[in-house]
Each structure stands twice: as structure tokens, then as C-alpha cells.
Design a protein around this ligand. Structure first.
Ligand code: PEP
Length: 257
């Protein structure tokens, strides 16, 4: 069986108190899969900035603790950038992974491909793992522009990276029309894009790079097995279903059983 990456994007949810509550149930939820952790399963949660410390604190003595990530960062290390959070600040909180280019950042907050690319490079320079999100809107899909849009997003994010760095990025295909909508891409649609992405990344980075590509968009226990069984899908970036430890780990349980 392949290794499954189960990454939970909490978005603007989960106060400090709710984060504490999540970790009260986490150990029991992950326990049935404890022997898979490492080679068969990697779990990460991405709390809001204000709950990152709490997540680290509540999980620090856990045997099967998840990776703690952040949902965004700025590429400059410090300075006059009101409202932004730097990479050194995140590292100080124990963060090792950062979601970048999420469609909500691109479409609600107007982040450009170029800005996302600068953040990817800054994270890699600092030894953090970028979780690079990319994907098309419904309008782009219906206008047969899916691959054109994704190629633009992926090439911009990989610009200036060495092949080795390209291999360190975790890529997350998230069709915008499937995020938080309850609409999931069919396993065939998700496989098509993830397989295509791997080919494109290998074309840019070279054949020695074997990129990790996740699918995200309304993944939950009831659709996880079909999606995660697809050859080119290495895991799931999960929003809504990651807010409770049971529904989050149920995704891996559905795949395994
Ligand atoms: C996401 O936010 O990355 C996501 C995939 O959300 P959801 O699972 O809720 O669609």
C-alpha cells in the first residue's frame, strides 16, 4: 500500500479552546492506525495562526502527534508588513509545513501566482515544506481552460526552484468548485488532473523527481476510499471533515478498510 498524506486545513475555524478539545479526542482517533504512521500514513493539521501554539502544546507529549502547519505566511523575514506573519515567527511555533496559494487566498484575497511563488521559495530557503494548492474555477473548467490555468499556476510556483526543491514541495490539486461545496471531483476527474500534474512536474523538474500530489475538495469518509485508491493521488487536503478528529481519521480508515 502507498503512503497516504492526510492533511487538515482548519481555515478560519477552531479557537484556542476548540483546538484543546480537538486534541482531547485526537489520540484515540489516530490510535487504530498508529502502526501505519511514518511509512503508511502522515497526518498534519493546519490551525489558524492564533491556535498553532495551542496545537503544539496539546500534542507535544503525544506518541502519535500530527505535524503542525500554518495556512499562510509572508516571504519577507520581518518589517513593515502590517497583518502578515513571517517564516521565522512560524518556525518559532514549531511549524514545519505551510499551505500556500489556497484558492481562498487566491480568489478572496487576490494573491497572484507571482506572490505565491515568492512564498514557496522563501519557505524552501528556510527549510519549511510548502503545500502548494492549485486548481481551476468552475468557469475555467466549463471553458475548457482547466489545464491551461493549472499549468500557469504550477510553472509560476516552480519558477526559480532547483529540481531538488521542486521535489520537496507537496502539491495539492484543489478544484475551486469542489472546495467547501459538498461537490467532489469524481475519482476519474481527480486522477486525470493529479496524473497530469505529476507529468508536468517531472517535465519541469526532471524524471528523478517523484512529486507528492494530494487531492482536496469535500473529501470525507464516504468518498475517501475511491479517491485515495486512485493511482496518482497520494493523499487528501481536507477542510470541513478535518475539524473533528473522528471524521478526519475516518478518511484514512475508509481507505484502509
Ligand atoms: C480545503 O480547504 O482545502 C478543502 C479542501 O476544504 P473542504 O474539504 O471543506 O472542501
Amino acid at each position: 500500500m502507498k503512503k497516504i498524506y492526510l492533511y487538515g486545513n482548519w481555515k478560519m475555524n477552531m479557537t484556542k479552546a476548540e483546538t484543546e478539545g480537538f486534541f482531547k479526542g485526537y489520540a484515540a482517533a489516530v490510535e487504530p492506525f498508529a502502526s501505519d504512521l511514518g511509512t503508511g500514513l502522515e497526518v498534519a493539521v493546519f490551525p489558524a495562526f492564533t491556535s498553532i501554539w495551542e496545537a503544539g502544546y496539546r500534542s507535544k507529549d503525544m506518541k502519535n502527534k500530527p505535524i503542525i502547519g500554518a495556512q499562510n505566511c509572508y516571504y519577507e523575514p520581518k518589517g513593515a508588513f502590517t497583518g502578515e506573519v513571517s517564516i521565522p515567527m512560524l518556525k518559532e511555533q514549531g511549524v514545519t509545513h505551510v499551505i500556500l496559494g489556497h484558492s481562498e487566498r487566491r480568489h478572496i484575497f487576490g494573491e497572484s501566482d507571482e506572490l505565491v511563488g515568492k512564498k514557496v521559495k522563501a519557505c524552501l530557503d528556510a527549510g519549511l515544506t510548502p503545500v502548494l494548492c492549485y486548481g481551476e474555477t468552475l468557469e475555467e473548467r466549463e471553458g475548457n481552460r482547466t489545464f491551461e490555468v493549472m499549468e500557469r499556476q504550477l510553472r509560476a510556483a516552480m519558477k526559480g526552484l532547483t529540481p531538488e526543491e521542486m521535489g520537496k514541495v507537496i502539491y495539492a490539486y484543489e478544484p475551486v468548485w469542489a472546495i467547501g461545496t459538498g461537490k467532489t471531483a469524481t475519482p476519474a476527474q481527480a486522477q486525470e488532473v493529479c496524473g497530469w500534474s505529476k507529468k508536468l512536474i517531472a517535465e519541469v523538474a526532471g524524471k528523478d523527481v517523484a512529486p507528492v500530489v494530494l487531492y482536496g475538495g469535500s473529501v470525507k469518509g464516504s468518498n475517501a476510499k475511491e479517491l485515495l485508491s486512485m493511482e496518482s493521488i497520494d493523499g487528501a487536503l481536507v477542510g470541513g471533515a478535518s475539524l473533528k478528529p473522528e471524521s478526519f481519521l475516518e478518511i484514512y480508515g475508509a481507505y484502509k478498510n
